[in-house]
Design a protein around this ligand. Structure first.
Ligand code: SAM
Length: 472
């Protein structure tokens, strides 16, 4: 029986409820009175539940679909302004005991190069990332209790936070590792992680079990209930995601929103972020064998509807997507993107020899961070390297209340400008620097409070003098 407040996966992601939702959406996809009512509700920025949002996803009437896109753009501007937060993934180890059929790290893959970074190699990788200008990382690892136990992950986090090279520093480490115990989540929290990210891959239990035939990840309930354990362990920023292409997108979309509703109902705070990865070609993986691949149009519609349905949740797009696709969806509500990513273990400090491929998947956007930063600014966005919120204790519901209070323009906006200034001073090419300096000058006028603007201007001067790490 469907119960969003239940702690049992099969009750808060009820298959019957999703099936009924899809039938309801199909029946009402041309019920324009209802659709207009849902759109009017979305306009109030209060979000939509999975049934309402699924009706919009089913609706194909062009003027209404166009309204969804416009609304996503407006909501994005309202809550997040024009800032885009930058990050990079760091692959620690590709040893894995699972059998995920879409991932080249699966245990049966005998020809992929298996690698695990030593602490010395982490220093090299992180130094290379700092030298590009990155301040925020997402740690990635396969699941292997012998090769990558929690102690290894904790040691890596500790090493990463200690590395101070020139003006560089990693100020926020997010973690994307397999579902684990409350006790291990507590340890991750104590190690100072930002967001704990875990993709559900698919909410369809039967497909999930087939796609994860062996290994600990096979346990659907343990995986689906992971965020509750993470929150019990004290992590209050969690990141959801679905790997689009595995199952029917309408099913996944309803499941994703039900998961968000569940977290809100049980813990009083929804997901901090939602990621929208699509399956990519990889070592022994051919994405075309999964028949639920989605077009760029559907992908854009999903992004727009996530923005409308959960206006306070950040949305992440990785370099799985090309420059062209990123250009199309970024305005629809994306708040974070990765730049200059490598999905190999040890790929930042040295290019990997071809015969030693350890990559998780092919990257589509292969530009440098400087190119991505410049491209964002040319489109009128402010690339932000800000990590202030969690360092100031603004996590979970405290971050959400900042969002809801409308104070983001007096807080995140100046933080974005100051961290961009650091980037321009320390890492940018001359051309990027020129565009960036002009952007900062123009954007200072968009800080509503005069006092905040003055302090920000003063900090910008001090950054020019060599001082770093100011934040509101
Ligand atoms: N082992 C952890 C887990 O089980 O969640 C860490 C996740 S893995 C390093 C990061 C994510 O990459 C996976 O959750 C999956 O969604 C995604 N992924 C795996 N294979 C992929 C592929 N071929 N194309 C695109 N994304 C893929």
């Amino acid at each position: 029986m469907y119960n969003k407040a239940s702690l049992r996966a099969d009750e808060f992601i009820s298959h019957e409820e999703i099936t009924a939702t899809l039938a309801y959406a199909e029946e009402n996809k041309e019920n324009f009175a209802l659709i207009d009512e849902i759109l009017a509700k979305a306009e109030l920025c209060k979000g939509l539940d999975h049934r309402e949002a699924s009706v919009l996803l089913a609706c194909e009437e062009p003027t209404r679909v166009a309204r969804m896109y416009t609304m996503a753009e407006e909501l994005k501007k309202k809550f997040y302004g024009n800032r885009i937060v930058m990050f990079a993934p760091l692959y620690l180890s590709n040893y894995c005991v699972n059998g995920c059929v879409y991932c080249p790290y699966h245990m049966k893959n005998k020809h992929i190069a298996r690698k695990k970074l030593t602490q010395e190699e982490i220093v090299k990788e992180v130094t290379a990332l700092q030298d590009m200008g990155h301040k925020r990382l997402a740690l990635e690892a396969g699941e292997d209790p012998v090769n990558n136990p929690i102690e290894y992950i904790l040691e890596c986090i500790d090493t990463i936070y200690r590395i101070k090279h020139k003006n560089g520093a990693i100020r926020r480490v997010n973690v994307n590792i397999a579902a684990t115990t409350v006790e291990n989540y507590r340890k991750l929290k104590e190690a100072g992680i930002g967001t704990y990210i875990l993709f559900q891959e698919t909410y369809h239990k039967e497909s999930y079990e087939k796609l994860h035939p062996t290994g600990p990840k096979h346990d659907y309930a343990y995986h689906t209930e992971a965020m509750d354990r993470a929150m019990e362990g004290g992590i209050d920023d969690v990141g959801l995601g679905v790997l689009f292409g595995l199952e029917l997108y309408k099913y996944e979309f309803a499941g994703l929103l039900m998961h968000a509703e569940h977290l809100e109902a049980v813990h009083g705070v929804g997901p901090h972020t939602i990621s929208v990865p699509r399956i990519k070609r990889a070592d022994d993986i051919d994405p075309t064998v999964f028949d639920n691949g989605i077009s760029d149009e559907i992908f854009a519609k999903l992004c727009a509807l996530i923005r409308i349905s959960v206006p306070y949740t950040g949305m992440i797009i990785s370099t799985r997507e090309s420059k062209e696709v990123r250009e199309k969806v970024i305005r629809l509500g994306v708040s974070q993107i990765s730049g200059a990513s490598k999905t190999s273990v040890g790929g930042y400090s040295e290019p990997e020899p071809e015969e030693e491929n350890s990559e998780q998947f092919d990257v589509s956007d292969k530009r440098t961070l400087d190119e991505v930063v410049r491209w964002l600014m040319e489109f009128g966005y402010i690339p932000s390297f800000c990590t202030a919120c969690y360092r100031e204790g603004r996590t979970g519901d405290r971050f959400m209340s900042l969002c809801k209070s409308g104070q983001i323009q007096n807080c995140c906006h100046p933080n974005a400008l100051m961290t961009l200034k650091e980037y321009l001073m320390d890492y940018a090419s001359e051309e990027t620097k020129k565009i960036g300096e002009a952007l900062i000058q123009a954007e200072l006028n968009n800080i509503p409070k005069e006092k905040v603007r003055e302090v920000c201007e003063d900090h910008l001067k001090k950054i020019e003098e060599g001082i770093r790490d100011f934040r509101f």
